[in-house]
Design a protein around this ligand. Sequence first.
Ligand SMILES: Nc1ncnc2c1ncn2[C@@H]1O[C@H](COP(=O)(O)OP(=O)(O)OP(=O)(O)O)[C@@H](O)[C@H]1O
Length: 307
Amino acid sequence: MQPDISVQNLSKTYEDGFQALKNIDLDIQKGEIFALLGPNGAGKTTLISIICGLVNPSSGSVKAAGHDILRDFRAARSAIGLVPQELSTDSFEKVWNTVSFSRGLFGKAPNPAHIEKILRELSLWDKRNSRVMSLSGGMKRRVMIAKALSHEPDILFLDEPTAGVDVELRRDMWEMVRKLRESGVTIILTTHYIEEAEEMADRIGVIRNGELILVEEKTRLMSKLGRKELRLHLQHPLDTLPPELVDQPIELSEDGYELIYTFDSQQEQAGVALLLRTLGELGVEYRDLQTRESSLEEIFVGLVHHD
Ligand SMILES: Nc1ncnc2c1ncn2[C@@H]1O[C@H](COP(=O)(O)OP(=O)(O)OP(=O)(O)O)[C@@H](O)[C@H]1O
């Protein structure tokens, strides 16, 4: 299947000579939720801005919904909805009007039924006659999303969609993004909340210093780079780690009631089996055991701070 977004050998050097993107290759399939992660200044907004036709690339090519963004700008742009980082709406306008107006900008005929549908989906229907300036920050953000969806795009970019919103609204937003995906929309989001990518993304791309250093399915990324931890809750506390275990990646908790063993997620379970056997031989009894995988956050910090 043809990818919904295809970025080939894309580079960007700004006028002051700063190279913000270096030879980016990336294909995103229709209906995917793709999360773009990277530290401040890594190049995420630059990449999104180029795909949306707001910034010119220095070299390389980009296609959106099959249209070249330079040669066929109008068709490419009308396939895309963009929710920018900064809230910028005409605040004196009423919600209904500002969203309808956005649709008109793309040369689409008015479609009140569609505008109603998105306002309802975004829980903005009751606010349709309110001025944008009278809404809360979270509601304003929903208005930005409604505007981006007003012309029925196939592809939606969300640049830091939940920056500064409270936990409850963040969860609502995630729910909404999932619903959009179910309706077939391709979603690309940038985020600093790794939890957000962990919760939502099908695939994850990590940008560092203008280079796409990794693109991987989230579940594979987590099993490939993640670490697992096994915690054994002991029946009786130990004063020290038995000498048979000191060479292993194992720690004893301060109160002596827990043994914590860390291992690679990919590694076969031989280490765990050996550990349990050794404990059995030593007569160390445990009443409970738990395993935990490292979070995407731990993996991400390891990736971007590693040179
Ligand atoms: N118009 C410009 N002229 C020169 N340099 C720019 C311009 N716009 C962005 N940059 C630089 O390009 C780099 C990438 O910026 P970009 O905004 O794409 O990063 P980002 O990953 O989106 O960061 P953040 O997470 O902070 O939003 C930064 O070093 C930035 O200073």
